[in-house]
Design a protein around this ligand. Structure first.
Ligand code: SF4
Length: 208
């Protein structure tokens, strides 16, 4: 992605939106969290459910301090950085500021840019057409593979070989195909119980 004409630095991040909701996916499903969606992504997955985030140029450049003020309107001390692809930007100031204020910082990433230190929970959701930075796998707390087709189980197994012991492994059906895919995924998990099922509970509940 070409970001040359964007005046982004650690103190000016392209934020598409913030919102307070329940984490809908993965191990922290149900956890009240403040979400920060950063604009811009270097992939273009056909199944992306946040295509409005792809163009970083439409976003307001926002300071970590402004984000903290917004987050402090809510009771949770959990912040989720998502996108788009949040690791395209320098996150150090944001991470330091939120840590100083007692927050736990979770991130959702496709791991297409260099590793970012000092995050509290790393969810790596690799896409099989992407240029993956393997250091993310080593540090991942959870691996979440989106299953769009039963052939994606092979990619999921390949990814599971790259994570550390103790990393939680999730298979998540692509939303528009979930009805057809769920029986296959459940059957796969029965046979391969290292995997867990992740469904997008926020969508079933009509939450953000
Ligand atoms: S990596 Fe995520 S945000 Fe980027 S296009 Fe794919 S699904 Fe969308």
């Amino acid at each position: 992605m070409q970001l040359d004409n964007l005046n982004i630095d650690a103190n000016h991040l392209p934020v598409l939106e913030t919102f307070y909701s329940l984490q809908g996916e993965g191990l922290h499903t149900g956890l009240a969290s403040f979400f920060v969606r950063l604009g811009g992504c270097d992939l273009s997955c056909w199944f992306c459910d946040s295509k409005e985030s792809w163009n970083p140029y439409i976003n307001k450049l926002t300071t970590p301090s402004e984000l903290l003020v917004e987050a402090q309107k809510y009771n949770s001390k959990h912040i989720v950085l998502t996108g788009g692809e949040p690791i395209l930007y320098p996150l150090d100031q944001l991470i330091n500021l939120f840590h100083e204020n007692g927050y736990s910082i979770h991130i959702e990433t496709a791991a297409t840019a260099p590793f970012v230190k000092d995050l509290d929970w790393i969810c790596v959701s690799p896409k099989n057409h992407s240029n993956i930075h393997n250091e993310w796998f080593k540090h991942a707390n959870e691996l979440k593979v989106i299953i769009t087709d039963i052939e994606d189980f092979v990619f999921a197994e390949d990814c599971s070989k790259l994570v550390s012991q103790g990393c939680y492994l999730f298979l998540q059906p692509e939303w528009s195909r979930s009805k057809g895919l769920l029986p296959h995924i459940i059957n796969y998990i029965f046979k391969n119980p290292k995997w867990r099922l992740s469904i997008q509970t926020h969508k079933y509940l009509n939450l953000r």
